[in-house]
Design a protein around this ligand. Structure first.
Ligand SMILES: [Zn+2]
Length: 398
């Protein structure tokens, strides 16, 4: 069963590949002659993970430690200091390998450690490495700006991840947006993940205000806030637009959802990470009903039990149904979010769908296509990847 995403499922379907690109998609009987590899299952475009941090793949101990959000995130600086350059490289490489084993061929990879900015693309994956800026007030940023910009220049296929509205000063957020526009780079901040974040932007109080004070970070919002929600704060800093997508979008009210929709900004839903960190459940049924562009991400291994994107599809499905989203069409909407939705969130024009000319990035899942193939993927796809093809080469098979 071949799922082109942009067209109806094709039973006994096939994809013809040449020089790393798709050249034909259709019934097997109509394919041009050539070497053939057959699989029994459902073939899709390679999945697109719209939010992860591959350099934290070695941080499974953070997932396991059970700490709630605030002590969890406060643990990163000390843990990062224990990582050698080799550790970072191994961590990112392990993340790429897990993506490929689970049918993901492209990712929005938020990179904290500059030495692994090229890891995603060295592994042959598609997507964007978003170089992160985190934990800096304006004075600290001015000191580090030149070194940070130097790393940006040495890598291609790069974007910028201004971490959040509570770990950077407003001036730094604005400047990162300007740098992205000047250099025509994509943006990918976190947004509206926890209620603490909401409290910080609205009134400048709560655990994140204390966090900033404890680390000596001088932020404009501390103590006063702006009266804006995190999403409106990101917009005021110039960080929303069709060239940006945000991670999480958990506490987005109707006005927030309307704003990101109007800006053409996709939301990468990360339901298993939100569950682990007790961040809340995103309004997935509302995003669907209102027509917001959405994608799916796993977030890092520090907050998710695996990088298997279809596990997050299954989690999103459970949440959407519990929120009253109609079952009819839900699975298709979710599988589209995990493929084309992620590609669109990063403006990857030749990925996320089986179309002649696109990259020959494919995933095959050993689940039955006899019933509704979208439902089979959304409910049984986790752990079921039996083959992954990257630019026409089989890189995983069981
Ligand atoms: Zn994240």
């Amino acid at each position: 069963m071949v799922l082109p995403i942009v067209g109806p499922p094709i039973r006994d379907g096939a994809v013809a590949v040449e020089n790393g690109r798709i050249v034909a998609v259709g019934p097997r009987a109509q394919m041009p002659p050539g070497d053939e590899r057959r699989w029994d299952g459902i073939l899709t475009p390679g999945l697109v993970n719209a939010h992860t941090h591959l350099n934290f793949t070695a941080y499974g101990d953070f997932y396991d430690n059970g700490k709630p959000f605030f002590p969890w995130i406060a643990g990163f600086p000390a843990r990062n200091a224990t990582m050698s350059p080799q550790d970072w490289a191994d961590s990112s490489r392990a993340g790429c390998a897990e993506l490929l084993r689970t049918g993901t061929t492209a990712a929005a990879d938020v990179v904290t450690e500059p030495s692994v900015l090229t890891a995603l693309h060295e592994a042959g994956l598609g997507g964007t490495a978003y170089f992160e800026v985190v934990g800096l007030d304006t004075a600290a940023w001015v000191e580090r700006r030149a070194a940070w910009l130097g790393h940006l220049e040495r890598v291609t296929h790069i974007g910028i991840s201004p971490h959040t509205v509570y770990t950077l000063s407003t001036a730094v957020l604005k400047e990162l947006g300007e740098i992205a526009r000047d250099q025509k780079l994509r943006l990918h901040p976190h947004g509206s993940e926890t209620l603490h974040e909401h409290e910080f932007t609205m009134t400048g109080t709560g655990p994140f205000a204390e966090f900033a004070q404890r680390f000596g970070l001088d932020f404009e919002l501390t103590g006063c806030g702006s009266g804006r929600t995190p999403v409106h704060e990101l917009d005021a800093a110039g960080l929303l637009g069709a060239d940006s997508h945000i991670a999480h979008g958990v506490h987005c009210d109707p006005a927030d959802r309307a704003l990101v929709r109007a800006r053409g900004t996709a939301v990468a839903l990360c339901p298993r990470s939100n569950e682990r960190l007790e961040a809340g459940e995103a309004p997935i049924a509302a995003y669907r009903a209102e027509g917001n562009p959405v994608a799916i991400g796993t977030d890092s291994r520090a907050s998710a039990p695996s990088l298997d994107l279809l596990a997050d599809v299954a989690a999103a499905r459970r949440i959407a149904l519990a929120q009253g989203s109609p079952e009819d069409g839900l699975d298709r909407w979710l599988v589209e979010a995990a493929t084309l939705g992620g590609a669109r969130a990063m403006s990857l024009e030749d990925q996320g769908a089986l179309i002649p000319g696109n990259r020959a990035d494919l995933a095959i899942f050993g689940v039955s296509g006899a019933g509704d193939p979208y439902q089979a993927l959304a409910t049984e796809g986790e752990g079921a990847c039996i083959g992954t093809v990257l630019s026409g080469h089989i890189v995983h098979q069981t």
